[in-house]
Design a binder for this molecule. Structure first.
Ligand code: PRP
Length: 184
């Protein structure tokens, strides 16, 4: 039972919905009249990008890149791998990176540099559902941030521990027993 693995529900399904609708309204207002492309980062941003896209009332295209820096580790390896690049060009378009979480900032910096040097968007901004500042090593501006989160192991709504818990409909703090087994 996944509920046994969750120490605390940090952000409920209703809170996620409300905040994502608000982010969608901001993005709609800011990009009115522009050609906007979501560059969503797999796998974590799968749920967030799908819900945010439906909260944006603009013509919009969505593309996915896949990055990995954690693998099954709990701490960033510091080495980011691009597992999948964009499928369509974003040259001269207004691109918005959609991330589930910015933690150390290393993945975001890698993606930012990759998109700017290889794909030449007209402009590039960042929308992150969760902002965990406690372990930040590289600071890039996050134009749209959903929630500030503490330095805890958060899972759900796309975020995983060893690929599990992505399907939880809320953001929860994982019980330490799950990622650092006993003695308790
Ligand atoms: C997670 C998350 C971000 C990144 C943030 O991805 O989706 O892309 O880590 O961490 P950072 O700011 O410390 O770089 P992960 O590598 O776990 O892959 P996943 O999205 O497939 O879970």
């Amino acid at each position: 039972m996944w509920r046994d693995a969750i120490q605390q529900v940090l952000i409920s399904e209703a809170e996620l919905h409300r905040r994502i609708q608000a982010l969608g309204r901001m993005i709609t207002a800011d990009y009115r009249g522009s050609e906007l492309v979501f560059v969503a980062v797999l796998k974590g941003a799968l749920m967030f990008s799908a819900d945010l896209a439906r909260a944006v009332d603009l013509p919009l295209t969505i593309d996915y890149v896949a990055l990995s820096s954690y693998g099954d580790r709990q701490v960033s390896s510091g080495r980011v791998h691009l597992l999948k690049d964009l499928s369509e060009t974003i040259a001269n378009k207004h691109a918005l990176i959609i991330e589930d979480i910015v933690d150390t900032g290393i993945s975001l910096q890698y993606l930012w540099n990759h998109l700017m040097s290889h794909h030449h968007p007209a402009d590039l901004n960042v929308c992150a559902l969760l902002n965990k500042r406690a372990r930040r090593r590289v600071d890039l501006p996050i134009k749209y941030a959903g929630f500030e989160v503490p330095d805890a192991f958060v899972v759900g709504y796309g975020l995983d521990f060893q690929q599990r818990y992505r399907n939880l409909p809320f953001i929860g703090i994982l019980h330490p027993e799950v990622f650092a087994p006993g003695p308790w």
